[in-house]
Design a protein around this ligand. Structure first.
Ligand code: MRU
Length: 342
């Protein structure tokens, strides 16, 4: 089953996606026939994760240009592009399909979106292989590894396979996963709900971890690596990812544990010089002050709710993409971000 895909129809097709707000309780698919529905699904995180958002953006353009008059379609596409600001893949997906439409019409837009879907599947496979090979080099002599992760970077965040969780899945497939530790990822619990659901389906050994326990668990020893995904990687290697990732990187550095970012090349944003320029989505108070519609804070309380943070390049041991392994330039004696290591 794919997280997101295109369903061809007799006249026009539509998008089908797994409604991630219903997991882990129910595995339900959502049929999306309009850009309005897609923007709503993105806003409430029914579809989420940078690679999946990229494909959603591209398929959304295909839907718009196939079903709406040109001017209306462009307005809808602009709304779609702005639906979430941090993951570069959403804008990239929209821009890629839009460029194809401008040169070749609606069929070309759909073809570009489907290419993006297929490239994501191949990229995730390549990252899984590369990540496992790198871990073997970083953890010599360790047969079975214990790894920690945050948010959900599995198949649910992409199309068919994941990024950081794709590496975990590959370790498990090779019999080399001792245990995965999934940070629960407050406030929307992508780790507890989605990563745990994927690990359960894999049959992997895992524990869910309260976010605030991660630092002391790392400091206690026994974790071989921290693996995280990315929403946008700036040209200098600074990496935006789910809120809490920066704290994990600090704890990993304190504990001397390798901290790896696993993300496709499509998440590298050469146009953003450093993390300072990355726009961080603010998701408002309600997600923090309420839980499943029940108020957990006093009436009148407000909350800060940045959905992402930026991990400085110097705290990242390596970035694994589908094409290369790079050590951010701040890592002494290692190649710069644009140099290939492997
Ligand atoms: O708010 P979300 O759930 O879309 O955040 C997702 C993340 O931060 C992921 O780690 C990132 O998009 C990489 S997914 C392979």
């Amino acid at each position: 089953m794919r997280t997101i895909d295109w369903v061809p129809g007799p006249n026009t097709g539509h998008i089908r996606l797994i409604d991630q707000t219903r997991l882990p309780g129910s595995l339900v698919e959502l049929d999306v026939h309009t850009v309005d529905q897609l923007v709503d699904a993105i806003g409430r995180l029914a579809v989420r994760g940078a690679p999946a958002l990229g494909v959603a953006g591209a398929l959304g353009v295909a839907l718009a240009v196939d079903t709406l008059p040109a001017q209306e379609a462009m307005g809808q596409v602009a709304r779609l592009r702005a639906a979430r600001p941090t993951a570069v893949n959403l804008a990239l997906g929209v821009d890629t399909a839009l460029a194809a439409f401008r040169s070749g019409g609606p069929d070309a837009a759909l073809a570009a979106a489907l290419r993006m879907r297929d490239q994501d599947i191949a990229a995730c496979r390549a990252m899984a292989r590369r990540g496992v090979d790198l871990l073997a080099r970083l953890c010599p002599g360790r047969i079975e590894l214990t790894v920690m992760t945050i948010c959900n970077t599995g198949a649910l965040a992409a199309v068919e396979h994941g990024t950081a969780l794709g590496v975990v899945e590959q370790l498990h497939a090779e019999g080399r996963l001792a245990r995965a530790l999934a940070c629960e990822t407050r406030p929307l619990l992508q780790g507890a709900r989605l990563t745990a659901w994927e690990l359960e389906r894999m049959g992997a050994r895992y524990d869910v971890l309260v976010d605030s326990a991660a630092a002391s668990v790392l400091a206690a020893g026994g974790v071989d690596a921290v693996l995280v995904g990315a929403d946008r990687i700036a040209a200098n290697g600074d990496t935006a990812n789910k809120i809490g990732t920066f704290a994990l990187s600090l704890a990993a550095a304190h504990a001397g544990v390798p901290f790896l970012v696993v993300a496709p090349e499509t998440t590298v944003d050469g146009g953003t010089p450093s993390g300072e320029q990355i726009k961080i989505e603010d998701r408002g108070s309600a997600e923090v002050c309420e839980f499943h519609g029940v108020r957990t804070t006093p009436e009148g309380a407000t909350a800060l709710n940045p959905a992402f943070d930026v991990t400085p390049a110097r705290l990242i041991t390596a970035i694994v993409t589908d094409r290369r392994v790079v050590r951010p330039p701040e890592q002494p004696g290692t190649p710069a971000l644009n140099e290939e290591e492997a």
